[in-house]
Design a protein around this ligand. Sequence first.
Ligand code: UDP
Length: 387
Amino acid sequence: MSTQPPRVLFVDHAAVMGGAEWSLLSLARRWRSERAVTLFEDGPFRQHLNEAEVPVDILPASAAVLGATRGGGAVADLLTVPGILALATRLARQARRFDVLYANSQKALVIGAVAALLARRPLVWHLRDIITADHFSPARRRLAVGLANRRAAYVICNSEATAEAFMEAGGDPNKVRVVYNGISPAPFDAVAEDEVAQVRMALGVGETPVIGVFSRLAQWKGQHVLLEALAYLSEAHALLVGDALFAEDRVYADALRAQAASLGVTERVHFLGFRDDVPVLMKACDVVVHTSVAPEPFGRVLVEGALAGRPVVATDAGGAPEVINDGETGHLVPPGDAQALADTLRTLLTDPIATPRIAEAGRQRALDHFSEEAMVRAVEATLLDER
Ligand code: UDP
């Protein structure tokens, strides 16, 4: 067996930076053999890949393909067929220069499955979503699982929770490999104390505790639970870092502002929008929280909060319990329970002995279990099996 990893063409439909795109950026940057990324839309992801010197191509998808949503049904899917075939034919042409076609999203899986067939290349799907009714319509689940079972050599899942949901939806267990996301500590270690002080000064928070949530604004990410919790805490401020990445989430983003006003906490809530400087912002917080009300597939922010040296509170569902050992390396609270979140935050903010200990244990766990190096090597090992 060769130890040189195969030449890989990574495919992702998205142009904006979500967790899947940040993870693919690390994977493609560190891949030790020829690789390139194809996107179906132009945007910030291309710029990040350019900066990392990863070759990138844009194959623009039709409006019907880009507009297909996770909640869509079989009838809407029919409209996307011509677009899928056209895109898959072009992708197949690119794929012939590589050993493996690697789909990083569900749309990439659909188009990649056809392209892999045309190009006679093996297909690998990196599954970064929990395939349950919380996130996907029955038609979408059937399509994804059916294609994966028939066409994918491997389904790389970003947590055990993601793998279990895939198998419960009928996914073939023999194809499953669990590879946790890995995140480099370097950008966190590089943050200087005075940068942190500047951020806090710009926020005008003085010595007041700051609680940060770092996620795109979306109902299932549960930022509304933090706002509710804030009303129970007399003086803490909240940092909401992230924006509505998808059109359907804009209504929620507006609702959050209205909620802050009706709770009377507007002066203590800072909507920062999407930011590229997450490490310094996390370090400017006293606690990093994750508030998803539906199971989180993995939750990169949990590892990032720990690498920033901050105690992390997450909701007890999906992949979060695999990342955090409750009470040792962070805290888990029931999803949607603002009172429990407020109680946990109050304890963390007032215990000068236990809180730094938990933060340090969380950081150590992040370094030991969620390194970028381990992620890249595990994916390489999976793909070497395939050759
Ligand atoms: N993120 C970011 N800027 C923001 C908000 C979030 O770069 O304004 C990053 C965050 O640091 C994390 C990723 O987006 O790396 C979100 O990944 P996660 O797995 O937590 O959630 P997903 O987007 O995959 O649902």
